[in-house]
Design a protein. Structure first.
Lengths: 302, 245
């Protein structure tokens, strides 16, 4: 995660570089450190640094790291010609390197030569089966080909070894959701909540999945996780507020007849409706009528 | 001890400075030698996996209250059932690290290489300093110190009457040995400084046994009482929203 101060710093540096204030190298370092994806900027400024012999030699051994970074950015921007050039330079410098091999495999991937890229990846994996980047590249490749079942298979294989990698769990959860395999997705989100219990987005996503699964028990749980999201975000998350309203309405529908709804849940619902109304009034008054008609259809009393 | 000892300038030129220079040079040399003989360690897949299992189980233990009871029970069963739970270590399979070390010659080899680059130059320099420079008072610190520093600063001089602010040559060697880290990180780059003090600390930690921590984690997981925290969150959300409106 990128903290706010870091983001500000990046944006400030980006502005500075854009207006010709220098500091390109610092900007590139920061982008690399925070793993941001600003390929166009990285390509532009990295290329200008690499093209200037005096600037380039000032970097010393860091020069090669920059080559790598810019090559990846070039692939991201579909400037495959440039990427190829950079990789060639690196290849000349480090003929036997696995890291360069990885770049070459990525280049194949960027060209869409899936079979060859796959071959390159598996030969790299044979040398070092713990290369997490290559495992992930494989998943990304399967995903790029639209082959989600294969992507799931790779991800599961990867998670069998690196089961504490929460980014992989998140990826898997998202793939499951897109395939409408909600039970599996729910498991993944539970895993994410376990690893980072204070991130509201995971609670929110888990609540979404539970709501979609349906059933009284799941709806109750879903409402609780929406409540947790509200608590963690200080009531600023609109989706969670809507979620509370929807859950309460759905629960009300299911328990019609034996109406033992406690007051508290109704209170939570009306409070979230109020908070929603307030937020809409503040940010987009034009859509207020839409909101009130929606809430009315959910039989939420304001 | 009213009068000060006068140190010969020759001591500075022939003991103090050469000693420091030699220490620096040896440090640099050792860095390159250890770089040459270092082999890339490929970790065992089992060990990597065990480490990851432990992290995941620890997460589960720490945040158990954030997932529904059903999910928690399923996970606990997955980790710690007696047949094929991830944390379950079958009896007798727990290898003790000593045996493991002997069974794996690579491991012993690595240890030896590490020690080779550390101990041999150290012994040699120590012997060299001891032989040529023993008993010198090599320097004087410009401020007074208490008696407790005598062991640190006057190693090799058994005179209780010498003022503590004088540094013996052997102590100067030790000060250099442990104090040159900053200089090395300047010369050799940030992270590849040869840091003796740290390496010695690592030596103590060797012999770590993953199976034991697996067992400990399993016991910890077994006694966790699941108490779903989420119902409380509803009340908290109500409070948050009340404050907002």
């Amino acid at each position: 995660m990128v903290s706010k101060t870091e983001e500000e710093q990046v944006n400030r540096l980006e502005n500075q570089v854009e207006n010709g204030g220098g500091g390109a190298w610092e900007y590139l370092c920061l982008v690399r450190k925070l793993k941001l994806r600003r390929a166009d900027k990285v390509l532009k400024y990295g290329f200008s640094v690499l093209n200037d012999p005096s600037k380039r030699s000032a970097l010393g051994p860091e020069e090669w790291t920059l080559y790598e970074q810019v090559a990846i950015a070039a692939m991201d921007c579909q400037r495959l010609d440039l990427a190829k050039e950079f990789i060639k330079v690196l290849q000349r410098k480090f003929p036997e390197s696995k890291r360069v091999g990885r770049l070459e495999a990525m280049l194949l991937e960027a060209k869409g030569l899936w079979a060859e890229a796959e071959k390159a990846h598996s030969s790299l994996l044979e040398d070092n089966q713990f290369d997490q980047v290559i495992h992930k590249r494989r998943v990304a490749m399967a995903k790029a080909q639209g082959n989600l079942a294969v992507a799931i298979e790779w991800l599961n294989k990867y998670l069998e070894i690196f089961m504490a990698d929460h980014d992989a769990w998140r990826e898997l959860a998202e793939i499951y959701v897109s395939l409408q395999m909600y039970k599996q997705a729910a498991f993944c989100y539970e895993e994410l909540i376990l690893s980072q219990p204070t991130v509201p987005l995971y609670h929110l996503a888990y609540a979404d999945v539970l709501y979609t699964l349906g059933g009284l028990e799941n709806l109750h749980a879903s409402k609780k996780y929406y409540a947790a999201t509200i608590d963690l975000t200080g009531g600023k998350n609109i989706r969670a507020l809507f979620g509370i309203c929807l859950c309460t309405a759905a629960i009300g529908q299911l328990t019609k007849g034996r109406n033992k709804e406690d007051k508290e849940s109704l209170e939570l619902q009306s409070l979230s409706a109020l908070a929603l109304e307030k937020a809409y009034k503040q940010r987009s008054p034009a859509k207020l009528s839409l909101l009130s008609s929606t809430l009315r259809s959910l039989k939420v009393s304001l | 001890m009213a009068e000060d000892l006068v140190l010969d300038t020759a001591i500075r030129d022939w003991v103090l400075i050469p000693l420091s220079v030699v220490m620096v040079l040896i440090g640099v040399l050792r860095y390159f030698v250890s770089k040459l003989i270092r082999s890339d360690q490929v970790p065992d897949i089992k060990i990597v996996k065990e480490g990851q299992v432990i992290i995941r189980a620890r997460n589960l233990r720490a945040a158990a209250n954030f997932i529904p009871a059903k999910s928690f029970r399923a996970r606990r069963h997955y980790y710690s059932n007696e047949e094929n739970g991830l944390l379950h270590v079958p009896k007798g399979q727990a290898q003790n690290p000593q045996a493991q070390m002997f069974s794996d010659p690579n491991m012993a080899m690595d240890m030896m290489k590490k020690n080779l680059s550390m101990i041999i130059p150290q012994t040699l320099t120590f012997a060299w300093v001891n032989f040529f420079f023993s008993g010198f008072v090599a320097a004087k610190i410009p401020f007074p110190l208490t008696q407790r520093f005598r062991a640190m600063l006057q190693n090799g001089i058994d005179l209780s009457t010498v003022d503590v602010s004088y540094v013996s040559s052997r102590s100067w060697y030790f000060l250099n040995l442990f104090g040159l880290r900053g200089l090395f990180s300047l010369i050799l780059g940030e992270d590849n400084a040869t840091d003796d003090a740290q390496r010695m600390m690592q030596m103590g930690g060797f012999g770590f046994d993953p199976t034991r921590s697996l067992g400990a984690e399993k016991d910890g997981l077994d006694i966790v009482q699941h108490d779903w925290a989420l119902p409380k969150f509803e009340q908290r959300a109500v409070a948050v929203l009340k404050k907002l409106s």
